[in-house]
Design a protein around this ligand. Structure first.
Ligand code: NAP
Length: 313
């Protein structure tokens, strides 16, 4: 298992370093800044997004906007994918004129999306049958991590493919770890999503509890942040949670999807995750109450609903 950290030479742009030609499919909240970093690092990047307007930041950074997946992957040595869920990755890879139909022999697919571990392993097998290579490389660190090129990336796949992908990982991530064979990056990401959901839920409950007692919540969170209760979630989410500013970020809909992955994978392995089961239900309740498009920190609204303290809704 190897760990790579971003090399200084890749930081802060600097064009035309002559890396591999890259196709980037899915230019949403995460994919767009990642593709821009790759262009800024000197790679020739061709982006494709279903909704064409989202390619504008990549084009402004010197990339090209493709009109189709086939157009994007033509001539590409590396194909990055960043779409929401397993069926979306399946459509991009196996659809008519999708990646498997259109990629050059030997091209390396890096799937940054968060999907089911078993499905990721299946895609890697199918890629190999089509003469392609594939890594699962789900990311964490949120939109801030994508914008700041500080993502943590758990990579599943073969050693040689990981080494080949290093310049790409270096341009978008800070902590990049090869965790095992195909699918294992997704298993690690599932564990990440369990931990993050439980942390946000605990922080949300603490905020509602403190506010109800009329404590200066900002001061309270400052002191909590300096002790064992401190966390990356508290650091990154406290201000927006106190302000009830729930623009995503990471949507409840996507975290709901990820907790489904956690629940299925745990059940398959015979592992019991009581807190995981609870946060899965609370995330589902948030979605069912119409909060699916809000940031996952809007779990706070669920605590307010349960406590009879919801201001709206
Ligand atoms: P997003 O903003 O919704 O972007 C998803 C992109 O995928 C959009 O550009 C969308 O195109 C495209 N897309 C969706 N379905 C597609 C399909 N069937 N075929 C082709 N393109 C499709 O989502 P995101 O927040 O960037 O998340 C992407 C992945 O990263 C997810 O797996 C998520 O779990 C993971 N992730 C997100 C965060 C975060 O903080 N946001 C953090 C870590 C990991 P349109 O523009 O046409 O809809």
């Amino acid at each position: 298992m190897t760990t790579a950290s971003r090399s200084d030479s890749m930081r802060g742009g600097g064009r035309a370093t002559g890396g591999p030609d890259i196709a980037f499919i899915g230019l949403g909240i995460m994919g767009s800044p990642m593709a821009v970093h790759l262009a800024n690092a000197g790679h020739r990047v061709t982006g494709y997004n279903r909704t064409a307007a989202k390619a504008a930041p990549l084009v402004a950074a010197g990339g090209r906007a493709a009109t189709s997946i086939a157009d994007a992957v033509r001539g590409a040595e590396v194909i990055c994918v960043m779409v929401p869920d397993s069926p979306d990755v399946r459509a991009v890879l196996t659809g008519e004129k999708g990646v498997f139909d259109s990629a050059e022999a030997g091209a390396l697919i890096i799937d940054f999306s968060t999907i089911r571990p078993d499905v990721a392993a299946e895609f890697a097998r199918q890629a190999a049958e089509s003469g392609l290579r594939m890594l699962d490389a789900p990311v964490s660190g949120g939109e801030a991590g994508a914008v700041g090129a500080t993502l943590s990336i758990a990579v599943g796949g073969a050693d040689a493919d990981f080494e080949r992908a290093r310049p790409i990982f270096d341009a978008v991530g800070k902590t990049v770890v090869h965790v095992g064979p195909s699918g294992s990056g997704q298993t690690v990401k599932a564990a990440n999503q369990l931990i993050v959901a439980a942390n946000i839920q605990a922080l949300a409950e603490a905020i509602v509890f403190l506010e109800t007692y009329g404590v200066d919540t900002e001061a309270a969170l400052r002191v909590l942040g300096g002790g064992l209760a401190g966390s990356r979630v508290l650091e990154l989410k406290q201000d927006t949670m106190l302000a009830r500013a729930f623009q995503p970020g990471f949507r409840i809909d996507l975290h709901h999807k990820d907790l489904g992955i956690v629940s299925d994978a745990a059940r398959q392995a015979g592992v019991v995750l009581p807190v995981g089961a609870l946060v899965t239900q609370l995330m589902a309740a948030a979605k069912a109450n119409g909060d699916g498009a809000l940031d996952h920190s809007a779990l706070l609204r669920g605590v307010e609903r349960l406590s009879g303290r919801a201001k709206v809704n």
